[in-house]
Design a protein around this ligand. Structure first.
Ligand SMILES: [Fe+2]
Length: 550
């Protein structure tokens, strides 16, 4: 069965193709359109489709639109209620519903040959749930979706058994942990439904002194659901204009909400654990990208394992919707679904194509016989490397295919990378670490291949890798398994041989406000505009005309 999944309705438009239960391709439209998040999540933009990523995913699968058995759209307009009935102030919401209803015809227009009758509407949170429960390596799991909003709910607590989802509870709007966090993001002067991870980073600088005051506004209700409505944030800290001064009160407010969120999610997960008896929790929805909460779930609940969909935000619903339709089609449940073992589901280029891109740009390059050794030496000499290798990743994290790499032993590299990326200086950068060495350096659940959990850094290592240790002594690690990522593992080994550190600083390959680099052209544009010392494109290495190594 050949299924195209489409996410379009809010933001992070994306496309995925699943053929006979195997995920062949998945990509976000922003990587093609070069517009961060693809579009703003406003009703006026709900008609915009992930046209380029969908066309690419079909090409990658070797399919023409007419050869699809189904198209899965991750929103079901039949479940919608008027926004006012949901307690939401969203006067144009009816446009969103209308555009979603017409999506089959829009899709047929965008992808000539596609049969609009083959479009199936998958409820938004079922699509999120499937992106976790069906993609995870375990067959059965308790499944928790925590989101801003779907058609009428903001959450789903369910049970996957044999590839079938039983929904146990959905929290209806206006109560929404995701929308609450978005409201706080806007109050703190950041971009709503985009910059939530900045609030999480800021929280580490504050004291949760208002967590108790927030309890009446945000609490679990004991039945699997919760109450969550934003209080008047100004009671605690004044609104911060974008770019305005960040005070201790702002950090304390972020810490207080983060603490309350953590407590509520732990209660929801505990309820779900009691109801299902499962040992594994699978998660998706934008709130599942909160690495601090995810780590707390492992620490504070009886779940032995927590698996989070790497593309936990709305982008992942294209994949989830496709998996849901694929799993339901055969009648045999998830036996037909291959688990996800990598987030590298996007575009790639051959070594020859990469060389051609460099020749077009008239850039001199070398193709070293021992690439890991050569790049490790640049990093050991404190150079910043733009690293482009293999298929682009699906989801917001750079996992060693489109990365900026640097030496973790020098504190100044945090500032240096934040400067390259035009980011606030309170933002941490994350470490890549060899899987077999991770346990010596970091606590918590290992392996941790998708940067979705925070880990304590062992005290003995904090001074050795200061660039990747956040103010609270934690790091959001990615463990590198040499069987899955042999080149990155070889690079880490070569770097350790030179420095004694099996760790590299890794942050996503992009400059301020831009989506992650996807194509060789994107990488060349970055190299041409950012203070990066060396560009690695596949096996090829480009250095500055005059080596600029600090
Ligand atoms: Fe969502």
């Amino acid at each position: 069965m050949r299924v195209l999944g489409i996410n379009a309705v809010f933001h992070d438009p994306s496309a995925a193709v699943v053929v006979d239960g195997r995920t062949v391709a998945a990509a976000e439209e922003e990587r093609f359109s070069r517009r961060k998040h693809g579009k703003r999540p406003v009703p006026f933009s709900a008609w915009e489709l992930p046209e380029r990523s969908a066309a690419w995913a079909l090409r990658e699968a070797g399919l023409r639109p007419e050869e699809l058995d189904a198209v899965a759209y991750s929103y079901d307009p039949a479940l919608c209620l008027p926004a006012a009935d949901l307690g939401l102030h969203d006067p144009w919401d009816s446009l969103r519903v209308d555009y979603a209803r017409r999506a089959p015809d829009f899709l047929a227009e965008a992808l000539p040959g596609l049969d609009p009758a083959k479009v199936r509407f998958v409820p938004h949170h079922v699509a999120h749930a499937a992106s976790a429960g069906l993609a995870a390596p375990t067959r059965d799991s308790a499944c928790l979706v925590l989101d801003g909003r779907g058609e009428r709910a903001s959450h789903l607590a369910g049970h996957y058994r044999g590839g079938r989802l039983t929904t146990l509870y959905t929290q209806v709007l206006p109560h929404s942990l995701g929308l609450l966090y978005e409201e706080l993001t806007a109050h703190l002067g950041f971009l709503r439904s985009s910059d939530e991870y900045k609030v999480m980073a800021l929280a580490s600088y504050g004291e949760p002194r208002w967590a108790v005051d927030l309890e009446p506004h945000v609490h679990a209700t004991g039945d699997g659901g919760f109450a969550a409505q934003a209080p008047d944030w100004s009671r605690f800290a004044p609104p911060r204009p974008p770019g305005g001064e960040m005070t201790q009160a702002h950090a304390d407010l972020a810490a207080s909400v983060q603490r309350r969120l953590e407590d509520v999610v732990v209660e929801l997960a505990t309820w779900l654990r009691d109801r299902t008896g499962e040992r594994v929790l699978t998660m998706a929805g934008g709130t599942a990208l909160n690495c601090v909460v995810n780590a707390a779930l492992l620490r504070r609940t009886d779940f032995e394992d927590v698996w989070v969909q790497p593309a936990a935000g709305d982008a992942g619903t294209s994949l989830g919707a496709a998996l849901h339709v694929a799993a339901g089609a055969g009648g045999g449940g998830s036996t037909a679904i291959e688990p996800m073992t990598t987030a590298a589901l996007g575009r790639s280029w051959s070594d020859d194509e990469l060389a051609a891109a460099l020749r077009t740009a008239r850039l001199p390059f070398t193709t070293p016989t021992d690439l890991p050794a050569e790049v490790a030496q640049v990093l050991a000499d404190d150079g910043v490397v733009a690293w482009f290798a293999g298929r682009a990743e699906f989801g917001p994290r750079a996992l060693g295919h489109r990365s900026l790499l640097a030496h973790p032993g020098h504190q100044h590299n945090l500032e240096r990378l934040n400067d390259v990326k035009g980011r606030e200086q309170f933002r941490p950068v994350a470490p890549l670490v060899l899987l077999e060495r991770a346990k010596d350096i970091f606590s918590g659940q290992i392996p941790s291949p998708y940067m979705l959990f925070v880990h304590e850094v062992t005290p003995a290592w904090r001074d050795r890798i200061p660039a990747v240790v956040h103010v609270d002594g934690t790091a959001r690690i990615q463990t590198v398994d040499r069987d899955l990522e042999p080149t990155v593992a070889a690079l880490l080994e070569a770097f350790e041989a030179r420095t004694g550190l099996p760790v590299l600083v890794n942050t996503s390959l992009n400059t301020a406000g831009r989506p992650m680099v996807d194509s060789p052209q994107d990488a060349l544009e970055l190299f041409g505009s950012a203070p990066v010392d060396v560009l690695v494109l596949g096996p090829h290495v480009v250095r500055r005309a005059e080596a600029f190594v600090r």
